[in-house]
Design a protein around this ligand. Structure first.
Ligand SMILES: NC(=O)c1ccc[n+]([C@@H]2O[C@H](COP(=O)([O-])OP(=O)(O)OC[C@H]3O[C@@H](n4cnc5c(N)ncnc54)[C@H](O)[C@@H]3O)[C@@H](O)[C@H]2O)c1
Length: 446
């Protein structure tokens, strides 16, 4: 397979200099847990559990060669020491105050890095209360029109870059979930979008303005929430033209992670599904935002699609034609970030006999999301040095609703996603793809 202008193997630029990680939603639970975690790891005070880039290995060549280097030794990734954090929020709290508010990490983790976190101060946000109704922060930019807001964000980026002497930047949306928005005419081409921002079209969400500012500045953009944001033809077009990597949407953590682990197994054994009932209690600010039905609708779309794509009812009508799938999220403050999710899975086996499975996952949302951000930042930086512009489908491993090319269905099975990711790394480095075929070991033996 050939792609134009890619820089592979030793042509990939060595990651020199500092990398800015620009986060809209800088004061959120996920962002502060991510930044604090990176600093704790840098100081040798904690381990980067959950991060494929930091802990994962990759098998190369034939099984008998026993070659399984660490991913960090195989591909040229930026070092954690080179990451510099900044971004925007509509609350003025610094990183230390925001992390305390989020109540994810305990004092033992926050006190040793108090100075570091206190030095992270959000820039004024581009915000519109119509898109996130349950928040009322005032640390926001005032501009006549949306184009001026995009330009103000671009100026912030230029200033941040020069203040910290950065070589490269990555932007990642870890802001609140915006209300449901279906694609409109203004989203269909970059020229239509450009006109729309000048006349303040009501179908342009703030997250789209951040994405526009990033891509126009040549900065890779990742969307960690289920909002449309960069998943519109206009911005996909711009990212392709400027060869800027983009990826999304919605970090795959918690209940959906478990769903995309279990469902492929049920399907692999040709067991049927009668129903999958999923419910959650969640008490953080994300839970508060999702208490608004229109923000929840965005999340719901993202969570529901997963099973449909994995189970492929059109190919397996006997097993999956009429299953019931229900997902709810209940805002319940006492739990804070420590979400609890329940799944009641009604399956059937040989001759149609019913069986049940129950999963009670007492997870920590931001603890699961933080290593995803780290990996995405490092892999998107790599993608840019390789010259991979546009949608990075090989990173679908990290998302609930992976962005994909039109006319191509998304891959949701976690294990296929991991194979896709690792094969892409092998491709970058000129190593053979691993198909797990394996018969060759037996066919060629004497
Ligand atoms: N934690 C998880 O497991 C997980 C999984 C998937 C997706 N997500 C998504 O990640 C996002 C962040 O989650 P969280 O738990 O950190 O939420 P949070 O509410 O703690 O943080 C979101 C932050 O975004 C800020 N914000 C909102 N609109 C903004 C704007 N226009 N500009 C700048 N800042 C803005 C808010 O003030 C808040 O500080 C949410 O959209 C959530 O749905 C989280």
């Amino acid at each position: 397979m050939k792609q134009k202008n890619l820089k592979l193997k030793d042509q990939i630029a060595t990651p020199r200099g500092k990398v800015g990680v620009l986060i809209p939603g800088l004061g959120g639970a996920v962002s502060t847990t991510f930044m604090a975690g990176v600093e704790l790891v840098r100081k040798g005070l904690a381990e980067p559990i959950g991060s494929l880039t930091q802990l994962g290995t990759i098998r190369l060549g034939k099984r008998y060669e026993l070659r399984s280097p660490k991913i960090t030794e195989f591909v040229p990734l930026a070092s954690l020491d080179d990451l510099v954090f900044g971004g925007w929020d509509l609350y003025e709290a610094n990183g230390y105050e925001a992390a305390n508010y989020a109540r994810v990490l305990n004092r033992d983790h926050l006190e040793p890095i108090k100075e570091f976190l206190s030095g992270i101060r959000p820039m004024k946000a581009v915000f519109d209360g119509r898109f996130v109704r349950n928040l009322d922060g005032t640390h926001v930019k005032k501009s006549e029109n949306l184009r001026q807001q995009v330009d103000a964000l671009k100026e912030d980026i230029v200033r941040f870059r020069s203040d910290h002497g950065l070589d490269r930047c990555i932007m990642i949306w870890a802001g609140s979930t915006e209300v449901y928005l279906s694609p409109q005419d203004v989203h269909q081409s970059y020229s239509a979008l450009q006109e729309a921002v000048i006349r303040n079209d009501p179908n342009i969400a703030p997250s789209m303005l951040y994405a526009m500012a990033a891509i126009e500045s040549g900065i890779p953009f990742i969307n960690g929430a289920p909002n449309l944001t960069v998943d519109i033809p206009a911005l996909i077009e711009l990212a392709g033209e400027k060869s800027v990597p983009i990826a999304g949407k919605d970090f795959k953590t918690g209940q959906t992670l478990i769903k995309t682990i279990l469902a492929p197994g049920i399907k692999a054994r040709m067991l049927g599904l009668e129903g999958w009932y999923s419910t959650n209690i969640l008490g953080n600010r994300d839970g508060l935002v999702l208490d608004d039905k229109d923000s929840f609708r965005t999340k719901e779309e993202s969570k529901l699609a997963v099973l449909e794509y994995i189970l492929q009812p059109s190919l397996y009508p006997t097993l999956y034609k009429n299953y019931h799938h229900k997902v709810t999220i209940n805002y319940y403050p006492p739990r804070g970030d420590n979400k609890e999710s329940w799944d009641c899975i009604d399956i059937f086996g040989w001759l149609g006999y019913p069986m049940q499975m129950k999963v009670d996952f007492q997870c920590r949302d931001s603890i699961l999301a933080a290593p995803i951000i780290l990996d995405l930042v490092l892999f998107m930086d790599l993608a840019q040095r390789v010259g991979m512009g546009g949608i990075q489908e090989w990173l679908s491993f990290y998302f609930k609703s992976p962005m994909h090319k039109e006319n191509l269905y998304p891959e949701h099975d976690l294990f296929i996603q991991l194979m896709k990711l690792k094969n892409t790394l092998r491709y970058f480095m000129g190593e053979e793809q691993i198909t797990h075929f394996g018969l060759d070991y037996y066919m060629n033996s004497e």
